[in-house]
Design a protein around this ligand. Sequence first.
Ligand SMILES: [Mn+2]
Length: 333
Amino acid sequence: MTPSRTAAEAVFSALRDAGRVILATHTHPDGDAIGSLVAMRLVLERIGISSRVFIAAQDLPLPEELATYDLGEVVHEDTVDVRGRTVVFLDCGNADRTPLGEWLPEIPVLVNIDHHHDNTRFGTINLIDPTASSTAEMVWELAQMLGVPITTDIAEPLYVGLLTDTGRFSYENTTPRAHAMAADLIAAGVDLTGVRRRLYEDVRPAKLHLLRAALESMAIHGDGLLVSARVTEEDFRGAQATEAHAEGIIDVLRVVRGVRIAALARELDVQPGTFKVSLRAADPTVDVSAIARASGGGGHPQAAGFTTQLGDADLADFILGQLREQDAGGAAA
Ligand SMILES: [Mn+2]
């Protein structure tokens, strides 16, 4: 199911009527979040709708590799009042993941454009396509419906969203449509070498120091079904690493032979003792988003997350218990 023309038209008539449009995404914005924001702002600009990008103060500055794109004048909670405005949320599965949570009831028109299958449809207009690889893919389709040419400046951020959300074209969401989109974007002039270097090769030593700390903590649980690792606040300090440097560690873990789930717990500097857990399914029959939801989080069947205060052993017990329930419940789980 691709977004229907009618749904897309509802989105754009809402935006056209709006005086002041704000574009927002989830907290800890990733490549798809930023890529979609950058591209959407340009697409709207091309059809005469001006918008501003909202990023929470706590998420600024953005990770270096995502900070190269033109977001225009970024606004945050101290610089803009979003009440009474039209807000477009991109790549945001539920209201809890928005940095605007407490203001949502005061936002009259809330456009929710997303590909998370468990999106809670918190918008007043919801354009949700779980078959899309990324929100970037949905923005690409909207641009085409509107007849907006995919110029290089639009193509490159969209490519970043596509590339990061498909795990460099390796996850289950790497559909023929995802590859067709890649072909279109490359034809539009994406600097593939530049993107690859910036996202994956321009690695700071801090990132490898943090990876080492994670691997030192690596443990295999449940007769090899689960691999887990943990990085503490002390590890971050020792490695001189930031949250962004933890990106990609989970992908190192998930390739272990025989493993069905990989889990990486990282301690939040704002809440010592609380860990953000990333889950990846190494087995396509596992739905890690259901496990994340059971602990108040969310995500995709193959990649999800939640926060916890559980230690290693209890966390492993929780995940393995959820996995057993899924296996017992079969497709209904
Ligand atoms: Mn996404």
